[in-house]
Design a protein around this ligand. Structure first.
Ligand SMILES: *[C@@H]1O[C@H](CO)[C@@H](O)[C@H](O)[C@H]1NC(C)=O
Ligand SMILES: *[C@@H]1O[C@H](CO)[C@@H](O)[C@H](O)[C@H]1NC(C)=O
Length: 423
């Protein structure tokens, strides 16, 4: 492209994305779309379903897509997933993703649409993510004739540890997709603002569980038992030394034990103790080394205390999540679109990656992907609880921002591809 063509392209592109975005936000705030999203979100909130059990959520999504006349695939894609298509149904394809699963948590917020399922709750906003992607679908359907390609909507199961994204990738549903976008609501930023960063965003993450077996007996006579509690305590302490003594202090890593189960009486040494935890690192090398050393430390420390042990890394049920890495070109696109849309001072840079994890990373292993945070805190209100709290609440006023951003990120990206081809 010559200099003037470039200028021309940027002017046209910015003009288009600006007018698209502002339209989309107005449309998303319109009661037609807004009230509808709120209703859907509340319905899903009342009936939370855990990973790979999102049967009713999936059915609700398909019903609404059907009413909008949007075709979708459902059979043989990651159990409950729904993959929908809007636009020319031809290349190029750009994907938008929402996760559908809830958490095993008892809701403690008293409100009209509180979870009706004891012990299950949407405490991470996935109900809002689904509603926003459906909102985007409704807006995009209205503009289907203007879409220069196909927007692929990915409603995925099991983000919370089950690796639903991995199953979607394995199903081949993203085969011809050029880019994928995903978002997460957060109380860390005010409503109307977004935050992200190029490159590393979240760590590589895995889970493990170990059973340490000794020999139970009366606690008054420890000499007749082999105490798995003391062995497990030493395991936990030794695992921390992997971080403090073996890892490079400049190469961030984490090992946390979140579960320690054993015994039930004050005067009985139990037969066994089961511990479980998570480990994180950014590079594959550090991660694999950590995994190997976790196993060695557990086995070795158990033996020191005359116990046997087994270690399970859940390779099938809870696959390792790769690191979440945002594509640099998509970062520019995001900045451009979100800046036009919200004002450039509302687009925040996250200064550092975090040890959190997101299974969006499975998509990023096969296609360029971009993940960002959508603010939902009303600055005049009390700070909303953070994710995975039984007091978690979603500010529904954020729904139009998510829906409109989804829609404009996709359509303007397709427009950009079109211009690149013509250029
Ligand atoms: C991807 O494109 C190829 C060639 O056009 C086609 O055969 C295939 O079915 C497409 N895959 C998907 C998942 O749409
Ligand atoms: C550990 O395993 C060995 C071999 O199976 C067995 O002989 C021993 O009794 C076990 N020890 C404990 C404490 O369970």
């Amino acid at each position: 492209m010559g200099f003037f063509k470039w200028i021309n392209f940027f002017m046209i592109f910015n003009f288009f994305s600006l007018s698209l975005s502002t339209n989309y936000l107005d449309e998303a705030k319109n009661p037609d779309v807004f009230d509808w999203m709120v209703k859907i979100r509340r319905k899903i909130h009342e009936n939370p379903e855990l990973g790979y059990e999102e049967f009713e959520t999936s059915e609700l999504i398909r019903t609404e897509l059907g009413k909008l006349g949007i075709p979708y695939r459902h059979d043989q894609v990651a159990v409950t997933a729904v993959i929908a298509f809007i636009g020319t149904k031809k290349s190029p394809f750009v994907a938008l993703r929402a996760d559908m699963d809830a958490l095993a948590l008892q809701e403690k917020v008293e409100w009209e649409h509180k979870s009706k399922v004891p012990g299950k709750m949407h405490a991470c906003g996935h109900d809002a993510h689904v509603a926003m992607l459906l909102g985007a679908a409704k807006i995009l359907k209205e503009h289907e004739k203007e879409i220069q390609g196909t927007v692929v909507l990915v409603f995925q199961p099991a983000e919370e540890g089950g690796g639903g994204a991995k199953k979607i990738v394995e199903s081949g549903a993203l085969e011809n997709v050029t880019a994928i976008f995903g978002l997460h609501v957060t109380p860390r930023f005010p409503i109307g603002e977004v935050a992200s960063r190029p490159g590393l965003v979240y760590a590589r993450s895995g889970f493990f569980e170990a059973t340490i077996s000794g020999k139970g007996g009366h606690a008054a006579f420890p000499q007749n038992s082999i105490d798995p509690i003391l062995a497990a305590c030493n395991v936990v302490i030794s695992l921390q030394h992997l971080i403090s003594r073996e890892a490079d202090p400049l190469d961030s890593q984490v090992v946390s034990i979140g579960s320690f189960q054993g015994g039930s009486a004050f005067n009985v040494i139990p037969d066994s103790v089961t511990i479980g935890g998570t480990f994180r690192a950014f590079s594959k090398e550090s991660f694999m080394l950590l995994r190997q050393r976790i196993e060695q430390v557990i086995t070795g420390q158990a033996l020191v205390h005359r116990c046997n042990s087994t270690v399970n890394f859940f390779d099938e049920e809870k696959p390792f999540y790769p690191a979440t890495v945002n594509n640099g070109e998509l970062h520019k696109h995001f900045h451009n679109v979100a800046g036009n849309f919200l004002g450039i001072n509302k687009v925040n840079d996250i200064p550092r990656p975090s040890m959190g994890a997101e299974d969006f990373s499975f998509y990023q292993e096969v296609v360029p992907g971009y993940f960002f945070l959508l603010g939902m805190q009303d600055p005049s209100q009390e700070r909303l609880a953070s994710g995975h709290s039984p007091y978690y609440r979603v500010n529904e006023d954020a729904l139009p921002y998510g829906a409109a951003l989804h829609a404009s990120l996709a359509t303007s990206y397709l427009l950009k591809l079109q211009h690149e081809v013509e250029g």
